[in-house]
Design a protein. Structure first.
Length: 168
């Protein structure tokens, strides 16, 4: 477990990250967590005493990483941009996202979609699964499953699918 103190930051105008609240994980700390790694990975631990798991550390260049702090985490720590934060983190070796049964049923019916899905990097497959699992209603969840299967059949990644959906 690596411990450090950091400041909660917020992106101003930064493309798709505009408005994100996050913390920086400097290269030296990232190397203590996951030596030699330069790709996204998941961590668990405590942020000011608030337990977190499955949080993504995303590379930002020069060995530095960021961790986005979604609303649930910000409410849990009761802090926002500009506040100091005590972090205790370790690699989350237990993190695994299961394919929802409804999506698997669709993949069973559309093996080409499953084949493309399995060809994607694990982190990219997880974008789709998180998007589906974050749906607040059954109707939204079903639409997201249909959109995911259609994207797989068209050989689209998550970002392409989202961009195409916005055009509609």
């Amino acid at each position: 477990m690596v411990e450090f103190t950091t400041i909660i930051l917020q992106f101003a105008d930064q493309g798709e990250k505009t408005g994100w609240t996050y913390i920086e994980v400097p290269a030296d700390i990232a190397q203590q967590l996951n030596p030699g790694n330069k790709k996204s990975f998941r961590v668990r631990g405590m942020l000011d005493g608030f337990a977190v798991a499955g949080m993504a550390l995303m590379p930002m260049g020069e060995g530095n990483f960021i961790m986005a702090l979604k609303a649930e985490v910000r409410k849990g720590i009761r802090k926002s941009a500009g506040a100091m934060l005590q972090a205790r983190l370790e690699v989350d070796t237990d993190y695994k996202v299961e394919i929802p049964a409804e999506l698997q049923d669709c993949f069973d019916f559309e093996p080409d979609a499953l084949e493309f899905y399995n060809s994607l990097p694990k982190s990219h497959r997880e974008y789709f699964l998180k998007w589906i699992n974050d749906a607040k209603t059954a109707e939204t969840r079903n639409k997201r499953i249909v959109n995911t299967v259609n994207a797989m059949l068209r050989k689209w990644g998550y970002n392409v699918m989202i961009r195409e959906m916005r055009k509609e």
